[in-house]
Design a protein around this ligand. Sequence first.
Ligand code: NDP
Length: 242
Amino acid sequence: MIALVSGGSRGIGKAIVLRLAQDGYDVAFCYRSNAEAAEQLAKQAGEFGTRITATQCDVADPEQVRDWYNRTEREVGPVDAAVTSAGITRDRPVILMPEDDWNQVLRTNLDGVYHVCRAAAFAMSKRRSGSIVNLSSVSGIYGNLGQANYAASKAGIIGFTKSLAKETGPRGVRANVVAPGLIATDMVGDMSDAAVERMLKNVALGRAGKPEEVADLVSFLVSDRAAYISGSVFEIHGGGTF
Ligand code: NDP
């Protein structure tokens, strides 16, 4: 079994790479700039005994994604599971938001998902099997102060994935969305303490989630245990209200 994970070097993506390696997948993951973190993870995940490959690839760039995907299928083999975790935030109220912050977030989060899914859905549809999981966010469902660009990108991922599931379902390819609440990663480190406190106050379980807890859900969704699940959105937020 072969899995492809975008934004796999840190945070939730890293936990997904480790979990899928533990599940027995060869894993090809990409990162944007932090080669050191990627190399360390490749070593760590490799200890489960499967083949792990790390590639520098900016998901916002269609050419780079095409090359990464094609090279993975050529050198590792046919991809059974594709997971998109690459994502960024550039938080600012709408009235103060520079166009560059809007564009960067949309290009990375939404265009990035489109680039990876186009390649994966094409190859998987030809083989008539495969599973895709895209990482959205509760911000994309409920909105969030200071995150209009991020929320728009994450809401876009939901509409995109539901449409993709309709297109690929008849060809045996499933596509689903995971929408986490507050998960303890570097991305949360970028948020202000006040914003984190505000979010945690509304979480029934009273804590941030762990990346491994999101990875468990992804592991289930890409597996055959989820054979009848497609076009669905799974919120994972410890009983949060947003
Ligand atoms: P992190 O910031 O911890 O990690 C982001 C990862 O994505 C890194 O591996 C980074 O690589 C990679 N990445 C960023 N930009 C690009 C790019 N243009 N091309 C390729 N890779 C890229 O984020 P999280 O793990 O917290 O978030 C993962 C996903 O989950 C995101 O889509 C995020 O929106 C979503 N999410 C996170 C939540 C949270 O609370 N943490 C809540 C809800 C959703 P590098 O280090 O090299 O830049």
